[in-house]
Design a protein around this ligand. Sequence first.
Ligand code: BTN
Length: 233
Amino acid sequence: MIGSKIYCFDKIDSTNEYIKKHLSELNNGDIVFAQEQTNGRGRHGNIWISPIGNLYFSFYLKEELLHNQLFYYLMKSSIAVINTLKKYNINAKIKYPNDIIIDRKKIAGILIESNGYQKIEYLIIGIGININETIFRDLKYNAISFKNLLEKEVDPKDVLNLFIQSYNELNEDSRIYELYIKNLNLYQKRVKYMDKIYEVHQILKNGKILLKNNKNTILVDYNKLSFSEIYDK
Ligand code: BTN
């Protein structure tokens, strides 16, 4: 269960960072929400520009895990975002490993941080969803928001409440992996990795991706991977 306690801020550096700094005061499932972040972080050391109007939050999971179980939470969070958007009739897809996209435009991003590599004691799952921004300052991404799609303002807190519901509805019986695969976008069939082009063959339950070309078959860890995708139509 997440969300029994929600800490709300008008403005902080980063909701992930707040949790990291206050681990001893926080409990399993606590959420930190901010209307604005001054130092929002994305994956691969990118910044996540966080003006007022979008949704920025993180939740704390006090779980003892092995590294290969981490992907489960990433899948679960991605599906919870997809299901939240469905409640607004927004049909999004997951771009491996965990961008949430609509027609190749990014509507949400997920950043998972943990204490170590092998034996994990906690997870911080940070989620940013584009809600009321319509002109994006971050030109790195081709981005899209609720407002672009619905042509009206939506309260980020309402979206957070629906996310909490969606996340808590998922359990061990929810076939998380199957749902994740079902919601992956189908364009991402070929990728460029270390200057070579591969077909995406399979994504395994632990998140590793099996890539094949006529010479090699390789298995790559999702967090080691910063490949640039080639989209097939
Ligand atoms: C990505 O690169 O796609 C992940 C973006 C994650 C952004 C969210 S916003 C709330 C939380 N706090 C942060 O500093 N980052 C995450």
